[in-house]
Design a protein around this ligand. Sequence first.
Ligand code: AMP
Length: 210
Amino acid sequence: MRKNLVLVGAPGSGKGTQAAKLVSDLGYEHVSTGDLLRAEIAKGSELGLKVKSVMDAGQLVSDDLVAELLKANLHLGSKNYIFDGYPRNLAQAKTLESILGGSEYQVVYFEIETNSLVERITNRRVTPDGKHIYNLLTKPPKVPGICDVTGEKLVQRKDDTEEVVRNRMKVFHDAIDPMLDYYKKLGKLNKVDAKGRVEEIYKIIRELVD
Ligand code: AMP
């Protein structure tokens, strides 16, 4: 068995890219609590009905509900997991510690400065359905303001403003900083520079699990 992995990082920090590579190269199971919750909503289950309004408002679902859902979807002992979007605070980190029992795990924190994230996100432009994504600095469209693929006019998402990004990062740090301290004390915290190259970050993670 390999070590389980907990990936921690703000939206846009690149953890999804790394998770996808680990799944295809090493057969990890990717567990995203956001995906599990969205699946419950799509099914119209009792739990889905309970969490829909909370998620629509961008707030966190209660720790108990998320923990129940997570436990119901794990097959520890027969699979190696990548946890994505869980834990999101200290209480959840302690719950995960007890869910995992003796199973070994390591935590990878994708560190990114708020200013870099603000720059990345305020320069993002998308098609009205959000499917085609550009960045004015790193991946501009060929014709300014127009999607290369569909020819539609590009727009800025309502929540891609500096104020919203700064606020999101503050909420994120308030919740995860105590959790990162906890992992540091357990000797499980590994920080990577989220601005680094995908291959370099991947190499660091492989050394942790190989
Ligand atoms: P995500 O896809 O990770 O951005 O999650 C989408 C939404 O699902 C969040 O805004 C929360 O409402 C909810 N959610 C996902 N993971 C958790 C978690 N670990 N604890 C509480 N709520 C969560």
